[in-house]
Design a protein around this ligand. Structure first.
Ligand code: ARG
Length: 229
């Protein structure tokens, strides 16, 4: 009752920016990951299924995709931040994050000050790109559209280092033994799910899902599935 449009169709349309393993990535032709599992629980509460739409992160974080109705919500390992909050609404936090600097093993990337005369790869529209610009304005940035391109840029030597969120970078470093995290910056970030400004009905369902999932232990199960114990 009330006629509030929680979701636009029988499906929960989720905007995300692939690849962002282990939050969202393709495996055997399916999009899977921590965020996907969490939103599946939101969809379940709405008696709906989830459909994931892969779209550049820039359009997600600017609010364009949510406000144009391209999706009902955005789940993209996305940090809650004040500029974004002006353009769309965020759920309660569901995950903590920091920024890390990654490079070849032994490169001694102990801080942004080690990048003078070098190239730093960043992902377009991300908090990592913004952080590095603020803290080290003189360091040359090379902007990549997504995390996959950023990390291949690091592997081909197009950049000397890359900055991105701890969760995805540690996941990658664990599978790429020649690389290491040189520094971690305690940026105190928290991920939230985005909805179109004013969709408080959907936000309520998302927040209830996050709270219930934490209380029931289901959150830990999903966490361990994607991050290990
Ligand atoms: N947490 C960072 C931010 O919000 C990076 C998110 C990138 N997400 C993605 N799915 N590509 O800016």
């Amino acid at each position: 009752p009330g006629g509030v449009t929680l979701i636009q169709s029988g499906k929960v349309l989720t905007c995300t920016g692939l690849p962002y393993e282990p939050f969202q990535f393709e495996k055997d032709g399916k999009v899977v990951g921590f965020d996907v599992d969490l939103v599946d629980l939101v969809a379940k509460k709405l008696n709906a299924t989830q459909e994931v739409i892969d779209t550049p992160f820039e359009g997600i974080q600017s609010g364009v995709d949510l406000n144009s109705g391209k999706c009902d919500l955005a789940a993209a390992g996305m940090t809650i931040d004040d500029t974004r909050k002006e353009n769309f609404d965020f759920s309660d936090p569901y995950f903590d994050a920091t920024q890390v600097l990654v490079g070849k093993k032994g490169a001694g990337l102990t801080g942004l000050d080690k990048l003078q005369g070098k190239k730093l790869g960043v992902q377009n529209g991300t908090t990592g790109a913004k952080y590095a610009k603020e803290k080290a304005p003189d360091v040359e940035q090379v902007v990549f559209e997504d995390l996959g391109l950023l990390l291949s840029g690091l592997e081909t030597g197009a950049v000397d280092a890359a900055i991105n969120d701890n969760g995805v970078v540690y996941d990658w470093v664990n599978k790429h033994a020649d690389y290491e995290v040189g520094t971690e910056f305690a940026t105190g970030e928290q991920y939230g799910i985005g909805v179109k400004k004013g969709n408080t009905a959907l936000l309520k369902v998302i927040n209830e899902t996050i709270a219930e999932t934490r209380a029931s232990g289901q959150y830990d199960t999903i966490y361990e599935k994607w991050f290990g114990k």
